[in-house]
Write a protein that binds this ligand. Sequence first.
Ligand SMILES: Cc1cc2nc3c(=O)[nH]c(=O)nc-3n(C[C@H](O)[C@H](O)[C@H](O)COP(=O)(O)OP(=O)(O)OC[C@H]3O[C@@H](n4cnc5c(N)ncnc54)[C@H](O)[C@@H]3O)c2cc1C
Ligand code: FES
Ligand code: FES
Length: 504
Amino acid sequence: MREDIILMMNGEIERIPPVKSDLTLMNWLRNNKNLTGTKEGCAEGDCGACTVVIGKYDYTSKGVGWHAVNSCILFLPMLDGCSIRTVEGLASHTGELHPVQNAFVENHASQCGFCTPGFVMSLYAGWCQSRNLDNAAIDDLFAGNLCRCTGYRPIKQAAFHINNILFEERDTDYRDEEEKFIVENLEREELSIKVKHLDHQIRFDAPRCLQSFQEILYTHNPLILAGGTDIGLWVTKKHMELFHFLYLGNVKELNQFEENEKGFLIGAAITHEVAMQKMADHFKSLQELWRRFGSEQVRASGTVVGNIANGSPIADISPAFIALGASLTLNSAGVVRVIPIDSFFISYGQQDLREGEFVQSIYIPKLKENEVFQSFKISRRFDQDISAVMGAFLLAADNDGLLQKVEIAYGGMAAIPKAALNLSKLLIGQDIENPPIAECRKAIEADFQPISDVRASSEYRYDMALNLLVKAIYNLAGKPMSYLAGADIQQVINTSFVAEHKNG
Ligand SMILES: Cc1cc2nc3c(=O)[nH]c(=O)nc-3n(C[C@H](O)[C@H](O)[C@H](O)COP(=O)(O)OP(=O)(O)OC[C@H]3O[C@@H](n4cnc5c(N)ncnc54)[C@H](O)[C@@H]3O)c2cc1C
Ligand code: FES
Ligand code: FES
């Protein structure tokens, strides 16, 4: 076992003696390395001021992937074996600015400059990924970065500027060294850090194989750490003391992604970004949902399974996978059981996970002939926001336009992500040209009793659940969206607005 973290920092190999396992990458950069170009804005993954670029081994492509990440919610030991670039590491040794930095200067894309290192690093990630930066790609690239004073036009202009530099003209040689280091690291001993802090022993285990992952989990009952995009906030915002992390990112078997003619299998360590790329062609609607999931930084770190395992009632992926009929493989010390995803969510904060058990993978069947999948996320902002309501619809109609298959699930409507069983049952055999909207509303009310909170009132959630359903059915029927203003639905909506006003 190895206790020192070994990583590459702006091109130089670093050997870091054991640290307290919840030390964030951002705090290490700023406080230990004096690399203060990386800024702290929100410390919760929302503003992008702390963005750095990391190179990390990707088992699915068997190569190195370069990603923008939020250093404020990553723990330093998670970066073992990775390469990190900060804004200080972009200029050449002779002080010549990197083309990405130059683009910001030449386009006047900085005013107070607080957000600038984060934006520069996000654009640098796009550069490393050789992305074609058209308007939509730039919006995606910067969705996780906020600027309060420059205005986004010159910032976007800097990105357009970079796009004019041909891929062949971009100097990538210096990344070869980093990629060599990352690949070589796969052969190093596993990391297992133990440090004494006050009266406690703090541990961070990063096994490489499933067998030792299972053993540590079963014997010590540690906290499973995947991408840390939820857990990071428990430390930075809730100030929780977490004593023992079991990191799954380095376990080869959990980095598995498989596709065959029947479906997709996503291992526990697969990030949203990887899954999104691999499933986009088959599930177009899922791709759109993923585009609205956090930001590039969040999707590059957070895992798909982590989104399900945390059991959040507003997790975006869970309702989609319930409607698609996904199943989970759970593993306890090598004993495996497979359950349908909807039975995993028992009640708020309680999932069907036994002691020493973890989610090993998730299986999602492909769409069969005639099946159409649609998902819609309703949030206050387009990017980087949490759903008020999320609706997922798997529908199939026969040649007469009668619904033969209906699987519907919602997020934000109950204490758990949940299937709309009454609604789905009601719709079987119904005409897609003329769905029974008033009855649907009643079925939704039988299925869900949503709460009112800061994101939406309960009535709004009911209305939205119904509207999304109508949208999904009308899409299936090939009716134009203007049809949504039809008398039926309008009447239902008006009725519920009146009800809301009456309730004060
Ligand atoms: C800025 C920001 C934006 C976000 N936007 C969205 C959004 O748009 N939509 C959305 O749904 N979520 C969003 N999230 C929440 C979060 O990114 C997701 O829930 C993410 O998928 C969690 O995965 P993770 O790998 O980071 O989990 P972690 O933080 O590592 O773990 C989360 C929980 O799951 C447990 N866990 C993880 N893996 C396993 C496993 N294999 N078996 C058993 N337990 C496990 C952990 O112990 C922990 O309790 C956002 C978060 C941030 C910080
Ligand atoms: S400090 Fe805001 S995202 Fe990290
Ligand atoms: S330049 Fe001031 S916040 Fe962006």
